[in-house]
Write a protein that binds this ligand. Structure first.
Ligand code: ZN
Length: 225
């Protein structure tokens, strides 16, 4: 499990934060390589007049030691450069990855990948992975996250690290009937056993039908209506 340090902006923060249903996770690099420009410093920066004047705020800052959260996940930030109505600003959870020269950048990236995997597991409104994980560049054309974009294969490696975190969490769980017969295999996600519906239903003698029009699964008894 990851540890998220609450470092929330105050209720009376001058920048407005609107209700949001997150569909995306937007990845940024801080573009601040100064020693000491870590997650704690960026949390302080967001409260400064300079940040308020620039009209920037975001959800998480990650360095090599900490993951700090600044906004609730059901409120928006201003980070994507795509305007008041942009999907980047209005539908995405923003993560800033620190570049401070006195930090371990590889560790900061792996902490960010762990955070992304955690959000994917816990935020059901997100689009399916990997479509839900996007670069700041997607929204405004800015060269951000500049470190991941500047390293050959950097973005692909980041997505692979997220995928590895997601599969690592898939500890197999055998699902057995009362006689001890194996019905199917599931896996643990955040203390919930998740099972493939068709495998379990068919092992129980049910038929699964997929309704394309409504995107619903229906169970019925074989031969039944
Ligand atoms: Zn950015």
């Amino acid at each position: 499990m990851i540890t998220i340090i609450p470092d929330m902006l105050p209720e009376n923060h001058p920048l407005e934060s609107l209700p949001m249903t997150p569909r995306y996770i937007t990845i940024h690099d801080t573009a601040n390589p100064a020693p000491g420009a870590n997650a704690e410093m960026h949390g302080r920066y967001m409260r400064s007049q300079a940040a308020i004047d620039r009209e920037v705020m975001w959800h998480f800052t990650v360095d090599d030691r900490e993951i700090r959260q600044h906004l609730p996940l059901n409120r928006n930030g201003w980070h994507a450069g795509d305007g008041w109505y942009g999907n980047g600003n209005r539908q995405s959870i923003a993560i800033e990855i620190c570049e401070n020269a006195d930090g371990d950048r590889a560790k900061a990236e792996s902490n960010a990948a762990a955070l992304v995997a955690h959000l994917i597991r816990t935020q059901p409104s997100l689009l399916p992975f990997p479509e839900c994980v996007v670069q700041h560049n997607r929204w405004s054309g800015k060269d951000c996250p500049r470190v991941l974009r500047g390293r050959p294969g950097g973005w692909e490696a980041f997505l692979s690290a997220v995928a590895a975190q997601l599969s690592e969490s898939r500890r197999q769980v055998p699902v057995r009937d009362p006689a001890g017969r194996l019905l199917c295999s599931g896996w643990l996600e955040e203390n919930t056993t998740v099972v493939p519906l068709r495998a379990l239903a068919e092992a129980l003698g049910l038929v699964v039908e997929w309704e394309q029009a409504t995107a619903e699964a229906r169970l019925r008894w074989p031969g039944g209506a």
